[in-house]
Ligand binder design. Structure first.
Ligand SMILES: [Zn+2]
Length: 145
């Protein structure tokens, strides 16, 4: 079983095959997508995913090959926990596979829509001040003999 990233010769041959399977996709476009997706899996896994993507008429361009999607689903087992696989190298992401890291996706979403970490002060009206005054008055009253 191949365990390494696709090389140039393999990518060109695969691009030609995929373009032959999908005449509306040109080989240079497929090759560019294979280059973009080359770290998502091993050479054989990328080949399976590329062919899967090409066989789905809903995929309009080969760029989809490099994206997450159903074309990868049959290539990778859904449950990879405990298995030996390449893991994301970012601190705290080690439980996720390198090619499909939920932590990185969450980080990207968080970066797209940052949340305020300190909430804006909320005007609650005179309630707290009235309570302080009443409490002070009550305590002051009790202290009188
Ligand atoms: Zn990650």
């Amino acid at each position: 079983m191949m365990t390494i990233e696709i090389n140039g010769d393999q990518a060109r041959a695969l691009a030609a095959l995929v373009a032959a399977l999908r005449p509306d996709w040109d080989a240079p476009g497929v090759l560019a997508a294979l280059r973009d997706g080359r770290t998502k899996g091993t050479a054989d896994q990328l080949a399976h995913a590329a062919i899967n993507a090409a066989m789905d008429p809903a995929n309009r361009t080969p760029a989809v090959i490099a994206l997450d999607g159903s074309h990868w689903a049959s290539v990778r087992p859904v449950e990879t926990r405990g298995a030996k696989f390449d893991r994301c190298t970012r601190p705290g992401h080690e439980q996720w596979p390198a090619w499909h890291c939920a932590g990185c996706r969450a980080d990207a979403r968080a970066a797209d829509s940052p949340r305020e970490t300190t909430p804006e002060p909320v005007d609650v009206g005179p309630g707290p001040e009235l309570a302080r005054t009443a409490l002070h008055a009550a305590l002051t009253h009790q202290e009188k003999p």
